[in-house]
Structure formats: structure tokens, C-alpha cells
Design a binder for this molecule. Structure first.
Ligand code: SF4
Length: 173
């Protein structure tokens, strides 16, 4: 039987889902399903449209594919901007998503010094450093492994299952 995968490379949103639960990237890759856009997601993407004259940057490299909301140039280097319509109680997911974008993009977008996450009224700016990249690289490698294998990964915290859209497809739920 031919095993067709909808994607074979990492994206920042896959890494963000991995932080919620490692089973989600596996479901997306093996069952080819993805959560449809909800009304609040649609409102969020409308709110995140870049200002006139600026635009998103789509980059595909050997590490994956990403869409960066905005790139600005300052005198000490570039800043990648990740925009979110809403704050999250789990802000580390946004950080992992933004740093994944940096890791994917850096071979074609050199000179990035910072990542700025704007989530609602909360704005966090992170200096890109080796430790941060190493931590996220470990997660990227885990996601690469999960989407390339047919065996199920271990689930994350089971308390999240009741609010997980993927539970209808999940072998653990
Ligand atoms: S239902 Fe639970 S175990 Fe399954 S993907 Fe969702 S959070 Fe993970």
C-alpha cells in the first residue's frame, strides 16, 4: 500500500501543536486531518493582516516551510515578527513556534537577531541565542521523527484531551 503523507517537512504550527500534545502532529501526518478554521481563528487572521505596504514572507528551505508575518530591519539586524490575535496562558507555545520559524528561515534569511511575538496587547522580544535554538531544535527533531513514523508517540498531559479538537481521531481518547 502506498502511504501518502500530506507533508513531510516541519512547519512552525506543527511544532506549536507538538507542545500541546505530541499525538497531534502524528494525527495530522497519518490521518491527513487538520482542525478547520474557527470563527475566532478567522477573526484572528483578519486582525493580523500586515499594515499597508508590508507583507508576510513565505519561506521554504531544507528545514521546512514557514510564513513569517513580518520582517523588519533595524541597524543591528533583522527582527522576525510573529503576530497573534490573542494572548495565551501557554505562551511558550508561541515562543517555540516563532523560534521554529527562525530555524527554518535562517538559511535564506541571514542576519536575524531577534524574534518579536505580539499576542494581543502582550509584546515579547527575544534575542536569538544558541540555547534557545538548541531547545527548539530538539522539538523540531522530535516532530520530524513523529511525522515520518507510523508508530504512535506517547501523549502529552491527558487533562488536555477534553478540549482537544483531535480527540475524535485520537487512539488515546
Ligand atoms: S485527545 Fe488527548 S492524547 Fe489525543 S491528541 Fe488530543 S490531547 Fe493528545
Amino acid at each position: 500500500m502506498i502511504h501518502i503523507k500530506p507533508f513531510d517537512r516541519v512547519s512552525p504550527s506543527l511544532v506549536k501543536e507538538y507542545y500541546y500534545c505530541p499525538v497531534i502532529p502524528w494525527i495530522q501526518a497519518n490521518l491527513m486531518v487538520a482542525e478547520p478554521m474557527t470563527d475566532s481563528m478567522a477573526l484572528g487572521s483578519e486582525a493580523m493582516k500586515p499594515p499597508t505596504g508590508r507583507g508576510q514572507v513565505r519561506i521554504s528551505t531544507s528545514r521546512g516551510a514557514t510564513i513569517i508575518d513580518e520582517v523588519i530591519e533595524e541597524k543591528n539586524g533583522k527582527i522576525i515578527i510573529e503576530k497573534k490575535a490573542f494572548k495565551s496562558h501557554n505562551f511558550s507555545r508561541y515562543v517555540s513556534q516563532a523560534i521554529t520559524s527562525y530555524v527554518i528561515a535562517r538559511e535564506k534569511l541571514p542576519g536575524v537577531r531577534k524574534v518579536r511575538i505580539a499576542a494581543g496587547s502582550k509584546i515579547v522580544e527575544l534575542e536569538v541565542n544558541d540555547q534557545l535554538v538548541r531547545d527548539v531544535e530538539a522539538s523540531i527533531r522530535s516532530v520530524e521523527r513523529i511525522i515520518s513514523e507510523s508508530s504512535l508517540p506517547k501523549p502529552g498531559a491527558q487533562g488536555k484531551c477534553s478540549s482537544c479538537w483531535y480527540r475524535r481521531f485520537c487512539p488515546y481518547a
